[in-house]
Design a protein around this ligand. Structure first.
Ligand SMILES: [Zn+2]
Length: 139
């Protein structure tokens, strides 16, 4: 994963963030997933009046990928921040998303990319986000 590739994925995540439906928190998140076959799927957070029904941007993107036959993710980019404001701080995937995504990644190879509007980019393996994730599949 080069920095140029990471920045492209972040740009797509930022584009998806524009579609965030977040009337309750006002926190808009966008995500982009690169799959093993080279396809990219984006997603935004979608909130609900029944808060538990809310779905994060990362899982929206993952569901789009899996529902189109893509089950191996090689990179994930995430950006998030207040509505109509720049993304000043890095927005890491929540615990539920980390567990959800672990089903579809090689934790040592899949890269998680976090960015801010000022252009900072943080790239590290998924394994650093979920060191002891629950898995029931034999690799
Ligand atoms: Zn999440």
């Amino acid at each position: 994963m080069t920095e140029t590739e990471a920045r492209k994925l972040l740009e797509l995540a930022e584009g998806a963030r524009a579609f965030s439906y977040s009337p309750y928190s006002g926190f808009c998140v966008g995500a982009a997933i690169l799959t093993e076959s080279g396809k990219i799927f984006t997603g935004c957070n979608v909130e609900n009046a029944s808060f538990g029904a809310t779905i994060c941007a990362e899982r929206t993107a993952a569901l789009k990928a899996v529902s189109e036959g893509e089950r191996r993710f090689t990179a994930l980019a995430v950006v998030g921040g207040r509505k109509d404001a720049p993304c000043d701080e890095r927005c890491a995937p929540c615990g539920m998303c980390r567990q959800f995504l672990s089903e579809f990644v090689n934790p040592k190879e899949c890269m998680v990319i976090l960015g801010t509007s000022e252009g900072s980019v943080d790239i590290r393996p998924f394994a650093e986000y979920l060191p002891f994730g629950f898995t029931n599949l034999e690799e």
